[in-house]
Design a protein around this ligand. Structure first.
Ligand code: NAP
Length: 327
């Protein structure tokens, strides 16, 4: 189906929010079209064990869980485009078509669910971009094995940083967790687990000022600065893992959909409704508080139900569906 035919629902994004929205929309017989991106599955593709998703007493890996969710949505009629949405034009009146482009291919829809998720936040220091993929990483579970018996650093003080450090410590000779404040944001249980690991050192209050290449051209060291005393310190390193949180991937809708100061999509009350009629948002794109796979899946379900009710209860939209069904 191309631009001439109007989809009931286009879902942009494919983490637990996007796929759960697809599952519910498919079961409501809306035949959703999911523009899932190249790296479908979102951030969970980069995790190993997910131990806190209800229903998996033995845990499940992120990629397996995403494959299963995708299969489940497909079973009920969801369709997928494994490519990026590159542009949108979102209507301001019910009944007008929303348009979504994947490069030059145009798709149109009565409703749209935004579920583009979040990406890793960057440090923004000199050397980071140049050494990314050459010692600088945002995913220990993807890259830890490259740092076997070498020195690594994790930047950040939240649960992600602790999780990365604990995982890395199984490979690296030493892991220094560098955090900018004395107090950690991480939960007690994660902090205690990290403290109990022999080759993890917690270093506070330090910021990273610059990352430097070594002789091989890959990462060789980092310059840190103590935020209390101003003291500078050079840390020899092979790996630097940045775990300082996430930023929402809302670039596609900036200037069209209302965002908060940090770029998260704003929704109406407890619903998933955005400021455009028939456009809903779910998952990490909206949620800067809970950011869990299970809460993202829950909000994907809400978005699909909101879209279903919108299509059913908005006369101008229902008319376009009736017209397209007429031979
Ligand atoms: P987070 O809780 O927002 O923590 C981000 C950390 O990075 C904070 O300590 C912050 O420092 C630091 N930071 C932010 N920007 C920085 C910068 N520019 N330079 C240096 N440090 C910077 O993010 P998260 O750790 O990714 O966790 C996100 C959510 O996922 C949380 O709800 C968490 O509980 C959950 N999570 C849970 C688990 C688990 O339970 N197993 C694992 C991972 C994540 P400040 O503290 O000074 O702000």
């Amino acid at each position: 189906m191309g631009a001439a035919e109007r989809e009931n629902v286009i879902i942009i994004g494919s983490g637990p929010a996007g796929y759960t929205a697809a599952l519910y929309a498919a079961r409501a017989e809306l035949a959703p079209l999911v523009i899932e991106g190249f790296a479908w599955g979102g951030l969970l593709q980069q995790t190993t064990e997910v131990e806190n998703f209800p229903g998996y007493p033995e845990g499940v890996t992120g990629p397996v869980m995403m494959q299963q969710l995708r299969d489940q949505a497909e079973r009920f009629g969801a369709r997928f485009i494994t490519d990026q949405a590159t542009r949108v034009e979102l209507a301001s009146e019910p009944g007008e078509r929303h348009r979504v482009w994947v490069e030059d291919d145009e798709y149109s829809a009565r409703s749209v669910i935004l579920a583009m998720g979040a990406e890793h936040k960057k440090l923004g220091v000199p050397g980071e971009a140049e050494l990314s993929g050459r010692g600088v990483s945002y995913c220990a579970t993807c890259d830890a094995a490259f740092f076997k018996d070498r020195e690594a650093m994790v930047v950040g003080g939240g649960d992600s940083a602790m999780e990365e450090a604990i995982f890395l410590a199984k490979f690296s000779s030493s892991v220094t967790v560098v955090h900018r404040r004395e107090e950690f944001r991480a939960s007690r249980i994660m902090l205690d687990r990290a403290r109990a690991v022999e080759n993890i050192e917690l270093l506070t209050p330090y910021v990273i000022e610059q990352l430097f290449p070594g002789e091989s051209g890959a990462l060789g060291s980092a310059r840190l600065r103590n935020t209390a005393t101003g003291e500078a310190r050079e840390l020899p390193l092979s790996g630097a893992f940045v775990a300082i949180g996430h930023v929402p991937q809302s670039e596609l809708v900036r200037g069209v959909i209302d965002l908060d100061d940090n770029g998260y999509v704003l929704v109406e009350g407890r619903s998933t409704k955005t400021n455009r009629p028939g456009v809903f948002a779910a998952g990490d794109l909206v949620d800067h508080t809970y950011r869990q796979a299970v809460t993202a899946a829950g909000s994907g379900c809400q978005a699909a139900l909101d879209a279903e009710w919108y299509l059913r209860d908005t006369p101008a939209v229902a008319e376009t569906a009736a017209a397209s069904a007429t031979p």
